[in-house]
Design a protein around this ligand. Structure first.
Ligand SMILES: Nc1ncnc2c1ncn2[C@@H]1O[C@H](COP(=O)(O)OP(=O)(O)OP(=O)(O)O)[C@@H](O)[C@H]1O
Ligand SMILES: [Mg+2]
Length: 220
C-alpha cells in the first residue's frame, strides 16, 4: 500500500502526518518504509534522530530522487506500507507519486491561501485521473491545525466548502495543539512522547485519522 502526503504550500503538516502514519503502522507491526522526497530532508532527520536514540520500533527512512516512480514501485513490492512525504512546491514529484498511490492525503489548515492551494492541487490531480490504473486518483484532504473546539463553526464551514467543491475530506481531523511541535526534533511520534509533552487528545485524534486512512486506502 502506498500513501502519499503532499500539498503545494509549505508548513501545512505534511511531514508530521507522514512520520505519524509510518510510526503508527510500525507500532502495529506493519512492515513500513518512510520515503522523503523533500530536499529539506525533515523526515530523514526525524528518522536519523530516531535511529540514534534507539527508539523502537525502528523505521527505515529513505531519501528519494526527484523522479521517484521506479523506486516507489520497487519498494511497494518489498514493504506492506510505503509512506511518501512530499516537499512543498514539489508539484511534479507529488503528481508522479500520486499516480502510484493507493491514497493521496493533502493536509490543509483553516487559512484562505492553504484552501485555495488545496483546491488547485485537487484540480491538478483530477487532470491526472485517466493515468491512474483505477481511472481516478484516490485523494482526500486532511484538515489540520483546526480549532480544538468540537464542531467549531470555522471547521464546519471548511468541510461544507470542500463538499460543495466535490473534494473528499477525511472525517477525522487534527486540531492545533502544542504537543505537535514537540515531535519535530525528537525522532518520536506523539504517542511516544513522555511527560508534559504528552497530549492524549492529540494522540487520539492521530490514531482515529490513521485508522480512517488505512481503511480508505484499502477500499480504494
Ligand atoms: N496539529 C498541529 N498543531 C500545532 N502545530 C502543528 C500541527 N501540525 C503541524 N504543526 C506545526 O507546523 C509546522 C510544520 O509542520 P510540518 O513540518 O509537518 O509541515 P510540512 O508541511 O512538512 O512543512 P514543509 O513544507 O516545510 O515540508 C511545525 O512547526 C509543526 O510543529
Ligand atoms: Mg515537510
Amino acid at each position: 500500500m502506498v500513501i502519499t502526503i503532499g500539498a503545494e504550500k509549505g508548513g501545512v503538516a505534511k511531514t508530521r502526518l507522514a512520520t505519524h502514519i509510518a510510526a503508527l503502522g510500525a507500532s502495529q507491526g506493519v512492515d513500513v518504509v518512510l520515503l522523503d522526497t523533500d530536499k529539506q530532508g525533515s523526515a530523514m532527520s526525524w528518522g536519523s534522530i530516531r535511529n540514534e536514540e534507539g527508539v523502537q520500533p525502528s523505521i527505515p527512512v529513505l531519501s528519494l530522487p526527484a523522479k521517484p516512480a521506479a523506486e516507489i514501485a520497487n519498494l511497494a513490492g518489498k514493504y506492506s506500507l510505503v509512506v511518501v512525504d512530499i516537499g512543498a512546491q514539489n508539484y511534479r514529484t507529488m503528481l508522479e507519486c500520486a499516480q502510484l498511490s493507493d491514497l493521496v492525503l493533502v493536509p490543509c489548515g483553516p487559512d484562505q491561501q492553504e484552501i485555495e492551494s488545496t483546491l488547485n492541487v485537487f484540480e491538478a490531480l483530477r487532470a491526472l485521473d485517466p493515468r491512474h490504473e483505477k481511472g481516478r486518483i484516490p485523494a482526500h484532504v486532511v484538515l489540520t491545525r483546526v480549532s480544538t473546539k468540537e464542531n467549531a463553526k470555522a471547521t464546519l464551514d471548511l468541510r461544507a466548502m470542500f463538499a460543495e467543491e466535490g473534494v473528499p475530506v477525511c472525517k477525522s481531523h487534527i486540531a492545533q495543539r502544542e504537543a505537535w511541535r514537540a515531535t519535530g526534533k525528537t525522532g518520536r511520534a506523539l504517542h511516544e512522547l513522555k511527560g508534559s509533552d504528552r497530549s492524549l487528545k492529540a494522540i487520539d485524534e492521530m490514531q482515529a485519522l490513521y485508522d480512517e486512512v488505512v481503511s480508505l486506502a484499502n477500499q480504494e
